[in-house]
Design a protein around this ligand. Structure first.
Ligand SMILES: Nc1ncnc2c1ncn2[C@@H]1O[C@H](COP(=O)(O)OP(=O)(O)O)[C@@H](O)[C@H]1O
Ligand SMILES: [Mg+2]
Length: 403
């Protein structure tokens, strides 16, 4: 009798049939064992950096990897970082592989501090300048005979924001000595290598980086990538070939492997929801309707609260105006209203302007100056290709949680 009232919901959930073996293997941070269609690139990177192992400290090398969203930039650098670390370990070379996401570590100081922390070098979070942190890192790796392999991910965004001092400092760190040991090799990861053209000559020559360009994946390539990821994360045979093909086709519009994987994951969830033991094309269609590929959760998450409020204000202005562009004036009044709603102190005009510029650097909004027809010279703001209602919902989650 009692059992009936003691329903164990956890046990019930645990016993539900599912199409997944391990859905965590689809998460964005997981680097899979195999990266189909990136083998040549991995080989090329290996060639580029193998001197770090053959003759550690003799030369340092720099490489810029560019490619569109979801083309595997982060994955191949992580994969290579692991390889390099292991090969170094085997040969008793004290090499550290450090991967920095420069959207999260937004300033020179924060990047350097993150490097110091990765090295377990104790540096107080406050009271040191960027130069002092850099000096501490340099003397630490010299004293302990260490070699660094640093990946600066999302570097184009970072350079737009902070300029190129960090790159210059990291590449020139050892140049004051005669025949210095070269202890820092760098990989910069960017959506496009255009930012390189804007670097000043001295940084460019200090960097003397090779560039490697990744193309977006084709539908066939995505199909193979999906199959290899599905074989790890789904029950064998649980995803129909048609479903895989559809997901690959949908994601090939942008050649974005992340989108393909998200489609498959959501589709698997929908299949589980209706207790279907297989994932069919219809589940992919529903997943497609749920996901917005241009909405990057990491990007939204990396915004400060006032940057998010500013974005929400832009979204609301666009929603009510139904124009492609809105003026800053309308954004400003919405910004103040939302601050009031959320009980936040509204920042002044100048700060709002810096929030807008920051959103532009993230590539979330675009701005242009008004032409003739609108009085004065005002800035017009536009969201490239996001449905405003979806974005509004995402942003509100930040304050009110929920799905
Ligand atoms: N060749 C590949 N094989 C398997 N999975 C891949 C491959 N390329 C990318 N992925 C997966 O797709 C997602 C996006 O890749 P990522 O490296 O983050 O792209 P980018 O950094 O270029 O935006 C990640 O989850 C990654 O694991
Ligand atoms: Mg990436």
């Amino acid at each position: 009798m009692e059992d009936r009232y003691n329903l164990n919901f956890l046990e019930e959930e645990l016993h539900k049939p599912t199409v997944f073996i391990n859905e965590n293997l689809l998460s964005i941070d997981y680097v899979p064992e195999r990266l189909p269609h990136r083998e040549n690139e991995l080989r090329e990177i290996s060639r580029h950096f193998k001197t770090q192992i053959e003759r550690p400290g003799e030369v340092s090398r720099r490489l810029i990897i560019s490619g569109p969203v979801g083309s595997g930039k982060t994955s191949i650098t992580k994969k290579f970082g692991q390889m390099l670390f292991r090969s170094a370990l085997k040969r008793n070379i004290d090499l550290h592989y450090i991967h920095i996401n420069c959207r999260t570590q937004k300033s020179n100081y924060m990047v350097l501090l993150a490097i110091a922390h990765e090295l377990n070098k104790d540096i107080p979070n406050r009271g040191y300048s960027a130069e002092e942190v850099l000096k501490a890192i340099i003397s630490f790796i010299e004293t302990n005979d260490k070699i660094l392999f640093i990946v600066l991910d999302e570097l184009d965004y970072f350079v737009k924001r902070n300029g190129a001092d960090l790159l210059y400092d990291l590449t020139r760190a050892f140049d004051s000595q005669l025949n210095p040991t070269q202890r820092i090799s760098l990989v910069g990861v960017a959506r496009s290598a255009n930012f390189m053209q804007k670097l000043d000559e001295s940084t460019k020559s200090a960097l003397s980086a090779s560039i490697m360009k990744l193309d977006s994946y084709t539908s066939n390539q995505l199909n193979e990538i999906l199959q290899s990821r599905i074989s790890q994360s789904f029950v064998e045979g649980a995803v129909s070939h048609e479903a895989i093909k559809l997901a690959a086709d949908v994601a090939s519009e942008r050649g974005d492997a992340r989108h393909a994987l998200e489609l498959i994951w959501y589709a698997g969830k929908y299949a589980d929801d209706e207790m279907s033991s297989m994932v069919f094309p219809d589940h992919i269609r529903r997943a497609k309707a749920t996901i917005n590929p241009s909405l990057r959760h990491e990007t939204l998450k990396s915004l400060s609260s006032h940057e998010s409020i500013t974005l929400l204000a832009i979204v609301r202005s666009l929603k009510y105006s139904r124009n492609a562009y809105v003026e800053t004036g309308s954004v400003e009044s919405n910004y103040q209203l939302i601050c009031e709603e959320l009980g936040e102190r509204a920042r002044g005009h100048t700060s709002l302007w810096t929030f807008i510029k920051e959103l532009e650097r993230h590539g979330i909004i675009m701005t242009k100056l008004s032409g003739k027809g609108i009085k004065g010279n005002t800035t017009l703001i536009n969201l490239p290709d996001l449905p405003v209602t979806v974005l509004e919902k995402e942003l509100l989650k930040k304050w009110f949680g929920g799905k």
